[in-house]
Design a protein around this ligand. Structure first.
Ligand code: SF4
Length: 367
């Protein structure tokens, strides 16, 4: 029987970096393989973060490129293959070629547990491989299991055997937990409600029962004798991530640090909200301005890609975006937007404000 591999992808963003640190601190006996899918187009701060992490983890983070036989940067290699056709949110060949394909090749047919750094304060599910030999686990969330597992486990026809298992394992069963297990999912008692109530009543028992249920499936965890994370009751939110990074000495990726700017004698701050390629088409206009002002050489490189009618954004070229009156307009609009959002939010973090759209886009690039 093939051994189950435990993998953790480092995107270059704060959450996956924090997850690597967390797993090392809490589960030092798990043999985790760390990897990153390198597009060749990350900011220097991201490469620095990866080096810092390697120092802390005491092992190499494996670089997957998807272009082993090419001398070019992986992104440029594929761009050439696509005849200069720049990727966009509707035509995201970059994620497939530079992230998903190399990862699935790295995994092959091996049974894999993939640890994903989606936080406890996020709603999104993240990238779930369609390959049945890859199982995602979310250690920062109250619910560590992926949606497909929860759906199968909580299915009404499965509940009799779950209840029996619970009663046979637990000498003093929690009556509330038992009632919840017994309660049928229906339009007035939905699966998310049942899941949340069970977790709020006893996370460990819930995880224990799911792990037992795994044995009757083909999921990779069916092959494991034990799984330390069933005892995990931690829930980590954004503040915890920043603290973990600072306390470990790895540090928060430098592009999250706020920089001041001034427009119409009004002061504001901007930063970049996520990792990923410096020219990523998911970035907001103010982030393009940040790139232009804070990393002009990178911005110039991004401009070089815009030719033959291909642009990074719909309806505006980078050349148009850096006209002084346009920069001023983008900053003014951004200031208005941040003021509006800040009024409705309690979070002190600029990224919370900048990153309204977190969860959209490229989970494999930004976690
Ligand atoms: S960061 Fe953006 S440009 Fe780079 S691979 Fe991901 S989606 Fe594509």
């Amino acid at each position: 029987m093939k051994k189950v591999r435990h993998l953790l992808g480092i995107s270059g963003g704060k959450d996956s970096a924090a997850l690597a640190i967390y797993m090392k601190n809490h589960y030092p006996n798990l043999e985790i393989e760390y990897y990153t899918c390198d597009t060749g187009k990350e900011l220097d701060e991201t490469y620095q973060l990866i080096r810092n992490l390697e120092g802390l983890l005491g092992k190499e983070i494996i670089k997957l490129t998807g272009t082993e036989n090419s001398n070019e940067d992986p992104f440029d290699h594929f761009l050439k293959m696509y005849g200069g056709f720049l990727p966009s949110s509707n035509a995201r060949w970059c994620t497939k070629k530079l992230k998903l394909d190399p990862f699935e090749k790295f995994v092959g047919d091996d049974p894999v547990i993939s640890y994903v750094g989606i936080r406890g304060d996020e709603e999104r599910e993240g990238y779930i491989s369609k390959k049945s030999n890859i199982q995602s686990i979310f250690p920062f969330r109250k619910n560590i299991w992926s949606e497909d597992v929860v759906k199968k486990f909580l299915a009404n026809p499965n509940m009799d055997s779950v209840v029996q298992n619970y009663l046979s394992k637990y000498q003093e069963p929690n009556q509330r937990f038992l009632e919840l297990l017994d309660q049928t999912i229906s339009p007035s008692f939905t699966q998310p409600q049942k899941l949340n109530l069970l977790l709020d009543t006893d996370i460990k028992a819930f995880n224990d029962l799911v792990f037992d249920f795994m044995k009757s499936t083909d999921y990779p965890l069916a092959k494991e004798e034990q799984f330390a994370l069933i005892n995990n009751t931690d829930i980590l939110v954004r503040e915890d991530i920043f603290k973990l990074l600072e306390d470990s000495g790895v540090g928060v990726p430098a592009y999250y640090k706020e920089k001041e700017f001034e427009v119409n004698e009004q002061k504001g701050t901007y930063a970049r909200s996520r990792s990923g390629c410096f020219f990523c088409f998911f970035q907001q206009k103010i982030e393009w301005v940040w790139l232009y002002e804070q990393h002009p050489e990178r911005f110039a490189k991004a401009m070089e890609y815009e030719k033959d009618g291909y642009t990074w954004m719909q309806g505006e070229t980078l050349q148009e975006l850096i006209q002084p009156e346009r920069i001023q307009q983008i900053k003014e609009e951004y200031l208005k937007r941040t003021e509006r959002i800040a009024k409705n939010k309690k979070s002190p973090y600029l990224v919370d404000i900048l990153d309204e759209a977190e969860g959209e886009g490229c989970a494999s690039c930004f976690i």
